[in-house]
Design a protein around this ligand. Structure first.
Ligand code: NAP
Length: 515
C-alpha cells in the first residue's frame, strides 16, 4: 500500500547546500543546451525537417533545444498508434498504471533540481517558482496514482435478491492533451498522467515555447515503464496540429489548458460530430483569469499589501491565478497602495541565475509586446504609480507595474494581461468590493483580506470564483489541498488535483448480473 499522500516540500534556497545543488543542476542543463529532440510516436523516434526552436526568454540568443515539429500526417499516424495502444492499455490493472506514475515521481524527485533548471532556462522561471512547478508535477503523479487505486473499485450501488449490480469506471479512448507554457512541467504532466492512469492513451502537444522540458518528461515516463504508444509526443503548431487532433473522429477526450480564446474555440469545435465518429467528445478546458484581491477596512494592511504583491508579481504575473486586480476599501486604500508601491520597488528583476532573483522575464516577444501595450492602455486609463517600463534587448524583462485609481470597467481591470501588472480600484463598502470583484467574465481565483467574520461568510457565498482564499494570496494552489479550476469563462471547473478530477477522464459502466 502507498503511504498517505503529502505534497512535495519546497526547497529552501537560503540553505547553502541546496543553493550549490541547484547551481550544479543548472550547469548540467547548460551542457545539454541546443540539442535536438525527435517526436515520439509508438516509441519510435521521428525527426522532421521542420523544427521548433526553443529559446531562453532571459537571453534570446541561447537556444534551449531544437524540437522536431509534427505535421498532420504524423498526427494522423499518432492517432492510429494511440488507438491501437488503447486496446491493451485499457486492460492493464489500475495498480500497474498507478505504479508507473509513482515510479515516474521517484525519478523526477531524484532529478528535481535538474527539472527545475530546465524550467529556469526554458520558461524563465525564478528558482523558487521552478522548484514549485517541479514539486507540483511530482504531486500530480503521486496524487492521481492513489486516486486511481481508490476509484478502481467503483462506487456502491444497490443489489437485490437474484441480481448483483456493480458500478465502475472505464476509460474513454484516445485523449488529446494540449498544455500551456506557464506550468510547462506541472500542468503538462498532470494533464498527461490523469488520462493515462485512468486507462486512456494520449497525444501530447505541449506549448511551442516549452517543448524541451516536455520531451524530458516523456523520457521519464518511458524509464518508469510506460508501454510504447500510450503517450505520443507530438509538438507542433497549435493552429495546425492542435486543430487537426481536436477535430479527429477518433479523439474521445480533449484536455486543454490555455487562453480563453483558444479554449472557447476548441470547446466549440469539439462539439461537432465528424463522419465516422461514434461518440460525443469529452472536453476539459481550463482557461484564463482576472483574479482579484479584495481588501476590507478591517484588515491587516501589511498582510494585504504582501498578498497583493505576491499574487500580482510571482512568476511575473504569468499565472492564470495571478492577482491582477486589487479592490480596496476607501478607508484603507491610500495606505495599502503606499505599502504595495514600497514592496514593489524592492523586487528584483533579471535573469534568474541566482536563487534570490524575484522576477525573471516574460515568456517571449509576443508576450512582451502584448504586456507593454496593456501598460500603454493603463497609462491612459489609470495612474501609473510603479514600474511601467520594459527592456527586450537581451531577454524579455518588464518591471513590476502598479496602476492606481482604475475604473472597475476599464480594460486593465477586465482583460487578462498575463504579465506583471496590477490595477487598483477603490470600493466604498464591502458589498461594493464584492460587486467589483465579480464584474469580469472570469471566475478563477480570488482572495479576501479581512478580520470581519461576517464578511468572510458573505464572501464565501457571493464571491463567485472556483478558488477562494482568505487572508493570503490568491496564487499557489497545491495538489490535493486546493483542487484547482475556475467558473464562468475561466473554464469547465475540472478541479485539477482534486477528488473529482480523474472521473472526468472515464465513463461509468453499470453491470447487472442475474444469479
Ligand atoms: P494558449 O496560447 O491558448 O496555448 C495553450 C496551448 O494551446 C498551447 O499548447 C498552444 O500551442 C495550443 N494552441 C494554440 N492555438 C491552438 C489551436 N488553434 N488549436 C489547438 N491548440 C492550440 O495559452 P498559453 O499562452 O500557452 O497559456 C497562457 C494561458 O493559459 C493564460 O490565459 C492562462 O490564464 C491560461 N492558464 C489557465 C490555467 C487554468 O488552470 N485555468 C492554468 C495555466 C494557464 P502553441 O504553443 O503551439 O500555440
Amino acid at each position: 500500500m502507498l503511504p498517505v499522500y503529502k505534497h512535495e516540500p519546497f526547497t529552501d534556497f537560503t540553505v547553502e547546500e541546496n543553493k550549490l545543488a541547484f547551481i550544479e543542476a543548472l550547469q548540467l542543463v547548460e551542457k545539454q543546451l541546443g540539442k535536438e529532440y525527435p517526436l515520439i510516436v509508438g516509441g519510435e523516434r521521428i525527426t522532421t525537417q521542420e523544427k521548433i526552436t526553443s529559446i531562453n526568454p532571459s537571453n534570446k540568443n541561447e537556444v534551449i533545444g531544437m524540437v522536431s515539429k509534427a505535421n498532420k500526417e504524423i498526427a494522423e499516424n499518432a492517432i492510429q498508434t494511440a488507438e491501437n495502444a488503447f486496446q491493451s492499455w485499457r486492460k492493464v490493472t489500475a495498480e500497474e498504471r498507478a505504479n508507473i506514475l509513482v515510479r515516474a515521481a521517484a525519478i523526477i524527485r531524484r532529478r528535481k533540481h535538474e527539472f527545475s533548471a530546465w524550467l529556469v532556462k526554458e520558461a524563465g522561471k525564478p528558482w523558487k517558482e521552478a522548484d514549485a512547478d517541479t514539486a507540483e508535477a511530482i504531486d500530480f503523479l503521486e496524487y492521481y496514482a492513489r486516486q486511481m487505486i481508490e476509484l478502481q473499485a467503483g462506487k456502491q450501488v444497490n443489489s437485490r435478491i437474484g441480481e448483483h449490480n456493480r458500478y465502475y469506471y472505464t476509460p474513454t479512448g484516445v485523449c488529446v492533451t494540449i498544455s500551456p507554457w506557464n506550468f510547462a512541467l506541472a500542468i503538462m504532466a498532470g494533464t498527461t498522467v490523469a488520462p493515462i492512469v485512468t486507462g486512456n492513451t494520449v497525444l501530447l502537444k505541449p506549448a511551442s515555447t516549452t517543448p524541451v522540458v516536455c520531451a524530458k518528461f516523456v523520457e521519464v515516463l518511458e524509464e518508469a515503464g510506460l508501454p510504447a504508444g500510450v503517450v505520443n509526443y507530438i509538438p507542433g503548431s497549435g493552429a495546425e496540429v492542435g486543430d487537426f487532433l481536436v477535430d479527429h473522429p477518433k479523439t474521445s477526450l480533449i484536455t486543454f489548458t490555455g487562453s480563453r480564446d483558444v479554449g472557447v474555440r476548441l470547446y466549440e469545435k469539439a462539439a461537432v460530430v465528424h463522419p465516422g465518429q461514434q461518440h460525443l467528445k469529452r472536453v476539459i478546458v481550463e482557461m484564463g483569469g482576472k483574479d482579484t484581491v479584495v481588501v476590507d477596512n478591517e484588515a491587516d494592511l501589511d498582510l494585504a499589501a504582501q498578498s497583493i504583491v505576491t499574487s500580482a508579481f510571482g512568476f511575473s504575473g504569468q499565472k492564470c491565478s495571478a492577482g491582477s486586480r486589487a479592490v480596496v476599501h476607501e478607508d484603507v486604500y491610500e495606505e495599502v497602495l503606499e505599502k504595495v508601491i514600497a514592496l514593489t520597488k524592492e523586487l528584483s528583476v533579471g535573469e534568474p541565475t541566482t536563487g534570490d532573483m524575484y522576477m525573471g522575464p516574460v515568456v517571449d516577444e509576443a508576450a512582451f509586446t502584448k504586456i507593454m501595450n496593456y501598460i500603454d492602455i493603463g497609462k491612459e486609463e489609470a495612474r501609473l504609480v510603479a514600474g511601467g517600463t520594459g527592456d527586450s534587448s537581451k531577454g524579455y524583462f518588464i518591471q513590476p507595474t502598479v496602476f492606481a485609481d482604475a475604473a472597475p470597467s476599464s480594460r486593465i481591470m477586465q482583460e487578462e494581461i498575463f504579465g506583471p501588472v496590477v490595477a487598483f480600484s477603490k470600493a466604498t463598502s464591502f458589498d461594493h468590493a464584492l460587486e467589483i470583484a465579480n464584474n469580469t467574465e472570469y471566475g478563477l481565483t480570488g482572495a479576501v483580506i479581512t478580520k470581519n467574520r461576517d464578511h468572510i461568510e458573505q464572501a464565501k457565498e457571493d464571491f463567485h470564483v472556483g478558488n477562494l482564499y482568505f487572508n493570503r494570496n490568491c496564487t499557489g494552489a497545491i495538489v490535493g489541498y486546493h483542487p484547482f479550476g475556475g467558473f464562468k469563462m475561466s473554464g469547465t471547473d475540472s478541479k485539477a488535483g482534486g477528488p473529482d478530477y480523474l472521473i472526468l477522464h472515464m465513463q461509468a459502466k453499470t453491470i447487472s448480473e442475474m444469479y
